[in-house]
Write a protein that binds this ligand. Structure first.
Ligand SMILES: [Zn+2]
Length: 491
């Protein structure tokens, strides 16, 4: 009965010219085959840097070639390596291209991606457990291969160009997709939208398809809804938030609208039971037909723009960039002198130096907090010689300045705040200071200054003024005062 129905439906569609075309009645079979092979015993869970991963790579490259997807450059591989504990792990993204057909829009790209690595295997009690990763993410790889095949064979249907990318090293922290964003083979600003197909084999169980982050494309959710209606497709979670746990993350951070195509965490997630026979291949076919239509529509849209909130979030990220909590070394050289606020004169200056560490915490785009701990040699010329103190000085300053320039950490700011100074030794014209009877060990005051960060280097001018008296007696008031040029280096 079922079979007759299918034939009847196909027969009818061949007349109505419906989007579900009769000539591709092997689609579901091919999707199944891809998953079956990628999640088979012989690929051993496609663990990083293993033979299984290499077999997966060969298979995907073979499928790209067979599908008529073009390589970018000499071959499909974007090779890289990264450090994991002590070892360098070799890895490869697989990158294919279908050129668009619109003379103007073809310089812009829509990227469809899926990671092909999984967890590999482990050995417990002499027993090997393979993590097959059928839903995660043989399903996504099957999806992009077949979408790539369709558009390679029907490239006249695409306005913009299509990048098809199988990412490596996703499970180790989105390393493949980060590498791609940092080393994009096409100008990154020309990638207008990306989809990460990650776990798409559970449509029926999930009662729909998540397009997480769809609204990070301006009006993307509305466009998706229109196309979904044509396919009686159930869409869920089409909001603006870009998923951080799949390959959408580095694209979103780079300001590219990025969508996680996902049928929920319905499979035995990251367990050996995530296997070929559990997936919903009818559902994968449904998703394919919807995405095919949707990609066509997107590729011809006159403009693909970021949503306002994506622009805002990227702006915020970039102004904080380089403004994470930071620590560094600080050296101050300048002069100091004693002020006598009740007299009409003041002492002559003496060379003052201080050195130590600073710790900086950004509070917002414009404000920051800086704590310093300095060994401080301060003093003044006085009648009959020099006055010197060896102190520990601890300033706490609020900084107010320009937002950092994106990715460059160039920043100009003013600062002010209180300082505390504890003196542990000193001398006055050759005589040791008597802290029992004559001099205060503890001093409070305030700092004002101006600073400039250029990458790791800090330069600035600092003025420090005591508000508490140097002397214990009330007869005459002496206030310490210093001015420093500072140079610093961030660790
Ligand atoms: Zn995954």
């Amino acid at each position: 009965m079922l079979r007759i129905n299918n034939i009847l439906i196909l027969f009818l569609f061949s007349f109505t010219g419906n989007i579900i075309s009769a000539q591709d009645n092997n689609l579901k079979e091919r999707l199944q085959t891809h998953v079956k092979i990628l999640a088979s015993d012989s690929l051993q869970g496609r663990g990083l840097g293993t033979d299984g991963a290499e077999k997966a790579r060969d298979y995907i490259v073979g499928q790209f070639r067979d599908a008529g997807i073009q390589p970018i450059g000499d071959d499909y591989l974007q090779n890289f390596s990264f450090r994991q504990s002590l070892a360098w792990i070799p890895a490869s993204n697989i990158v294919g291209l279908v050129e668009g057909n619109d003379p103007v829009l073809k310089d812009e790209f829509i990227l469809i991606g899926a990671h092909y690595d999984h967890l590999g295997y482990d050995i417990r009690n002499d027993e090997k457990r393979i993590f097959f990763g059928a839903d995660d993410n043989a399903s996504g790889v099957a999806a992009i291969i077949e979408l790539g095949r369709y558009f390679a064979q029907n490239s006249d249907l695409m306005g913009r160009s299509l990048l098809i990318v199988a990412f490596d090293a996703e499970e180790s922290g989105l390393i493949g997709s980060n590498h791609f964003v940092d080393n994009s083979p096409v100008p990154l600003e020309n990638i207008k939208l990306m989809f990460s197909f990650d776990m798409v084999g559970m449509y029926e169980t999930n009662r729909g398809l998540h397009l997480r982050g769809m609204a990070s494309l301006d009006k993307g959710d509305e466009l998706a809804a229109v196309v979904a209606q044509r396919h009686e497709m159930i869409l869920r979670q089409t909001g603006e938030n870009i998923e951080g746990r799949t390959d959408t993350q580095p694209f979103g951070s780079a300001g590219i609208p990025a969508v996680h195509v996902y049928t929920g965490q319905k499979s035995p997630y990251h367990k050996p039971e995530d296997q070929y026979h559990l997936l919903d291949y009818d559902g994968m076919e449904t998703i394919h037909l919807f995405m095919k239509d949707f990609l066509k529509v997107l590729s011809h849209e006159s403009e693909l723009r970021q949503s306002a909130s994506l622009i805002a979030s990227v702006l915020q990220e970039s102004t904080f960039a380089g403004r994470r909590p930071a620590a560094g070394f600080l050296l101050n050289t300048g002069t100091g002198f004693h002020r006598y606020p009740d007299e009409f004169f003041q002492a002559k200056t003496l060379l003052n130096v201080s050195a130590g560490f600073y710790f900086q915490v950004p509070l917002s785009q414009l404000f920051g907090l800086q704590l310093e701990a300095l060994y401080d040699l301060n003093g003044s010329q006085i009648d009959g010689g020099n006055f010197r103190r060896h102190s520990l000085t601890v300033p706490l300053n609020i900084q107010f300045g320009t937002p950092g320039v994106q990715g460059q950490d160039i920043r100009l700011f003013v600062f002010s705040g209180p300082y505390y100074r504890h003196t542990f030794a000193g001398e006055r014209a050759g005589t040791t200071l008597d802290f029992e009877n004559d001099f205060n060990r503890d001093e409070w005051g305030y700092t004002i200054g101006v600073g400039l960060n250029i990458f790791r280097v800090y330069m600035g001018y600092t003025s420090r003024r005591a508000v508490t008296d140097l002397l214990k007696s009330d007869e005459i008031k002496i206030l310490d005062s210093n001015g420093y040029f500072s140079i610093g280096y961030r660790f």
